[in-house]
Design a protein around this ligand. Structure first.
Ligand SMILES: NC(=O)c1ccc[n+]([C@@H]2O[C@H](COP(=O)([O-])OP(=O)(O)OC[C@H]3O[C@@H](n4cnc5c(N)ncnc54)[C@H](OP(=O)(O)O)[C@@H]3O)[C@@H](O)[C@H]2O)c1
Length: 345
C-alpha cells in the first residue's frame, strides 16, 4: 500500500487540456505544489486560464515544455515527484488524414516516454493515466454479449484498428502498453481512469476539444433536422478530474476505473438542454431515420460499419468500482449539461 508526501510536487501532463485543467485547478485550490507540461509555454491562448488559477492559489503551479514524441522531455518536470498524472494524448474524431501520425504515435510513444521517465525518476511511486471507455469497448452492439448487461473493467476493445476507429485504437494500444511497462517493474504502481464521453464546463474556453465542439454543434443548430440514434456513456469532466485525484491519493486504489454517470443518446442530451434553455438553441427534436443515415453516413463521417455496430444500441457501464473503491460521487447529467452550456455562452 502506498503513502504519499503531500508537500512534494505532483506532475500533470498536458495541463492545458479540457480535463487536465480541472485536475490542475483542484490541486492548486487544495494548496498543492503542481507541475504541468504544455507544448508551448508562450501560447497564452492555451494557458492563460491556468495562470489565473495559479494566481488565485493557494497552491503553486509551474509550467514545463514537453512533447509526447520527444524522449526525455518528461524527466525534468518529474524530478522529485511521487505522483504523476498522465492525461496528455490527442483526442481527435472524424476526418483524420494520417491516424498513425496524428493519433497512434503520440498516444503510444507518449505513454512510453512518460513511463520510461517515471522509471528513471526514483521518487515516482504512482502513475495515474487517463485511458478511456474506448479502451474498454469499440461498438455499442457488443453490449449484447455481456452476461451482466454492462461493460466493466474486465472488458477490452478488441475491434478498433488504424482504419476503423483510430482514436479508440490509439487509447487501447497506449493503455495496454502502460500495463506491460508497469508490470515489468516494482518502483511505481499504475492506475488507469477510463472515462466515457465527458461534458461539463470548460475552464479554457477553447472550442477545439471534442467534448466542447460536440455541444457547440448542438447549440449552433447543426443537428436541428434530427440526430442519429447513437448512445454513449456520459460523465461530468469535474467528476473525471476528481477520479484522478482519488486514484492518486487513495493508497489501496488499483487497476482500472470506468467513469460514467448515465447512458444517453444525442436526443436525450438535447432534451436536457431544451428543458432548461427552452428555445434558445435550434436543438434536434426527432431521430434521423436510420435508412437515411445509411445512405448519407459515409459522406458525413459515419461509415456503414460504424452505423451497424452502434445505431440503436445503448451501452451500459458498471461503475461500482469508482463508487465503492474511490468513493467517487457523480453530478447529475442535468447539472453537467446546464453548467456546460452556461460556460460556453
Ligand atoms: N473529453 C473526453 O470526452 C474524454 C473521454 C475519455 C478520455 N479522455 C482522455 O482524456 C485526456 C484529455 O482529453 P481532453 O478531452 O481533455 O482533450 P484535449 O482538451 O484535446 O487535451 C489533450 C491534451 O493533450 C495534449 N497533447 C496532444 N498532443 C500532444 C503532444 N504531441 N505532445 C504533448 N501534448 C499533447 C494537448 O496539448 P495542447 O493543449 O498543446 O493541444 C492537450 O493538453 C486524453 O487522454 C483523452 O483521450 C477524454
Amino acid at each position: 500500500m502506498q503513502s504519499f508526501d503531500q508537500t512534494l510536487p505532483i506532475l500533470i501532463t498536458g495541463g492545458s487540456g479540457y480535463l487536465a485543467s480541472w485536475i490542475v485547478k483542484y490541486l492548486v485550490e487544495a494548496g498543492y505544489y503542481v507541475r504541468t507540461t504544455v507544448r508551448n509555454r508562450q501560447d497564452e491562448r492555451k494557458i492563460a486560464h491556468l495562470k489565473r488559477i495559479a494566481a488565485a492559489g493557494p497552491g503553486r503551479l509551474e509550467f514545463y515544455e514537453a512533447d509526447l514524441m520527444r524522449h526525455g522531455d518528461f524527466n525534468n518536470p518529474m524530478r522529485g515527484c511521487e505522483i504523476v498524472i498522465h492525461t496528455a494524448s490527442p483526442f481527435l474524431i472524424g476526418k483524420i488524414k494520417d491516424p498513425q501520425r496524428q493519433l497512434v504515435d503520440p498516444a503510444l510513444e507518449g505513454t512510453k516516454n512518460v513511463l520510461y521517465s517515471a522509471g528513471e525518476t526514483p521518487s515516482v511511486k504512482r502513475v495515474v493515466m487517463t485511458s478511456s471507455a474506448v479502451a474498454v469497448y469499440a461498438e455499442a452492439r457488443e453490449i449484447l454479449d455481456q452476461p451482466s448487461g454492462a461493460f466493466d473493467e474486465r472488458n477490452w476493445n478488441l475491434i478498433s484498428d488504424l482504419n476503423y476507429d483510430p482514436y479508440g485504437y490509439s487509447k487501447t494500444l497506449a493503455e495496454k502498453e502502460a500495463w506491460i511497462i508497469a508490470n515489468q517493474q516494482r518502483q511505481w504502481d499504475l492506475i488507469c481512469i477510463n472515462p466515457t464521453f465527458l461534458f461539463g464546463p470548460t475552464l479554457s474556453g477553447r472550442g477545439d476539444n471534442v467534448s466542447v465542439s460536440t455541444i457547440l454543434q448542438l447549440m449552433n443548430g447543426e443537428l436541428r433536422l434530427g440526430a442519429p440514434q447513437l448512445y454513449f456513456g456520459v460523465a461530468d469532466v469535474r467528476d473525471a478530474a476528481q477520479a484522478h485525484l482519488l486514484a492518486a491519493f487513495t493508497p489501496e486504489a488499483n487497476g482500472r476505473y470506468l467513469i460514467c454517470a448515465e447512458t444517453m443518446s444525442i436526443l436525450d442530451i438535447a432534451a436536457v438542454m431544451r428543458a432548461r434553455f427552452d428555445e434558445n438553441f435550434k436543438l434536434p427534436k426527432r431521430p434521423l431515420s436510420n435508412w437515411l443515415l445509411y445512405l448519407i453516413g459515409p459522406w458525413v463521417g459515419f461509415s456503414r460499419r460504424f452505423l451497424r455496430g452502434n445505431l440503436g444500441y445503448a451501452p451500459q457501464f458498471d461503475v461500482s468500482r469508482s463508487i465503492e473503491e474511490l468513493g467517487l460521487s457523480y453530478h447529475p447529467v442535468e447539472e453537467t449539461m446546464v453548467d456546460m452550456v452556461e460556460s460556453l455562452r
